[in-house]
Design a protein around this ligand. Structure first.
Ligand code: DQA
Length: 157
């Protein structure tokens, strides 16, 4: 039975390199800093966080499937798989709870191949281009959605 207040915070490829990877684009904060930020933000919101990172597409798909049984919502930075993965979109479509997509950088101000997101086709909201603060904002956004569907939405597609 899924725990309504559990949120999976899932991170895709190369996000383990945050802090050293292209700091002019992604900043100096590490993934460990992001996890700390998420835990600090989640506490007062009454959320339990399951924070994970993988470099492998199939593992992300497995985790989204696992979330269906164990989590009320998903905060997802799928990194490069955002722009390529139909498999991830299909997995997200099989998940019933709210999904917030996160990107540290503003993908729309970058190369054209980053302008399309398969994740956005299913996401209830997108946090993009505000740095790692986007993770905290995503948790604040998802908290009320765990009790009620997002405004204007009666069923998820
Ligand atoms: C990213 C943006 C993606 O285009 C890129 O492939 C990433 C990180 C971001 O957080 O800004 O790896 O998702």
């Amino acid at each position: 039975m899924a725990q309504a207040t559990t949120v999976f915070v899932l991170n895709g490829p190369n996000l383990n390199l945050l802090g050293t990877r292209e700091p002019g684009i992604y900043g100096r904060e590490t993934l460990a800093d992001v996890e700390t930020l998420c835990r600090k933000t989640a506490g007062p919101l009454g959320l339990r966080i399951d924070f994970r990172q993988t470099n492998h597409e199939g593992v992300l798909v497995d985790w989204v499937q696992e979330a269906a049984a164990q989590a009320g919502g998903i905060v997802l930075n799928a990194a490069a798989y955002t722009h390529t993965s139909v498999a991830l979109l299909d997995a997200l479509r099989a998940f019933d709870g709210p999904v917030i997509e996160v990107h540290v950088s503003n993908v729309y101000a970058r190369e054209p191949f980053r302008h399309h997101s398969y994740v956005s086709a299913r996401a209830d909201g997108v946090m993009c281009g505000v740095g790692v603060a986007g993770y905290a904002l995503a948790l604040e956004a998802i908290a009320p959605m765990l009790d009620a569907p997002p405004a204007g939405k009666t069923t998820r597609q």
